[in-house]
Design a protein around this ligand. Sequence first.
Ligand code: SDX
Length: 377
Amino acid sequence: MPHDFMPGLDGVPAATSSISDVDGQRGVLEYRGINIETLCAQSSFLETSYLLLFGRLPTRPELDRWTSDITHHRRIKFRINDLLKCLPETGHPMDALQAAVAALGMFYPGRQVKDAENNYWSAVRLIAKLPTIVAAWARLRHGNDPIPPQDDLEFSENFLYMLTEQTPHPLWKDIFDDCLILHAEHTMNASTFTGLVTASTLADPYTVVASSIGALKGPLHGGANEEVIQMLREIGSPERARAYVEHKLAGKQKLMGFGHRVYKVKDPRATILQGLCERLFTACGPSPLYAIAVEVERTADDLLRGKGLYPNVDFYSGIIYDQMHIDTDLYTPLFAMARVSGWLAHWLEQLRGNKLFRPDQIYSGEHNRPYTPLTQR
Ligand code: SDX
């Protein structure tokens, strides 16, 4: 029997990686050795995605080429829009995104894992097109035509524009870009691990990303940000927060946006997102949901601190998106638009020494059972 079997693979290394590191005791997250506080203050999502994929910050010509390539590849085939039009408008955007990304690869022959040049263009297309797919679905499901990408707008500004056809407030695009940086990568999380298992079979990168999108959708992972906003709306006022949290915990229910397999202190991303909330409110006015969230955190701190449960990345992020009038069910697709950089970075890293993921199991069934004929059952 294999020893050290851990439920949920808790603490079990699945790979050696130099892409990011989390110190769960000190609440530190670094991308290629640079902490996220510095990246949010100094960098952009596109520059950060280059750092994640290629291991170092780009020179000016490299960043210009990377930005130009991604800008040039934002458009999606008309038939992807046609595919989205065939989906039920009540469907979840994560399902629409997964379907479109799986189909995307069909348009690019030679998409199998081949060479660095081929893999570069696959990564460019996926980073460039996920926001366009998300924005297209957001409009098509309400019977509106998609707004085409605007080549003269930066990455985050273009996405927000494609949702509303309005140029976003300068503060919005900066804060949204920081949100993308904060969601871009996080060591061996469930959706990254899923992608690596798919990648280990030498499946193409579009299929790898489609499999990661499936894992990210779950409420224990990326789907928590949407659940948090629904929880805050259900609470309705800061005064009702304590009773709500006490009732939830008494019923042994999970408090969405709290807890983490690795962090044993407050997720540093939650702290930065909280600061972004407060910056946003100076320009756009306060959010009633934020006041409720702060009270939930205060109550949870009293009741859960002993269990090492603190806010994670999903607790404050939705409040920012809500202030930007983004539909709640788009929050996890926003997570995917950012995390595709981390998924692709791990995909490229694994290709350099790939081995099929095929773990062992502990068999708990029987042996040598007789076959009972149907007439005797
Ligand atoms: C993300 O891995 C990553 O890096 C993920 C992520 C990334 O960037 O990719 O950081 C993004 O997914 C953040 C997590 C978002 N999910 C949620 O907010 C959902 C609520 N959180 C929980 O489901 C939970 O905290 C997990 C799934 C995040 C982590 O759970 P573990 O490590 O599997 O721990 P567990 O479920 O076994 O819980 C251990 C104990 C249990 O109590 P006991 O049964 O031992 O008495 O802690 C309790 C749990 O009941 N617990 C909670 C809780 N989370 C754990 N109790 C109340 N509320 C919670 N949120």
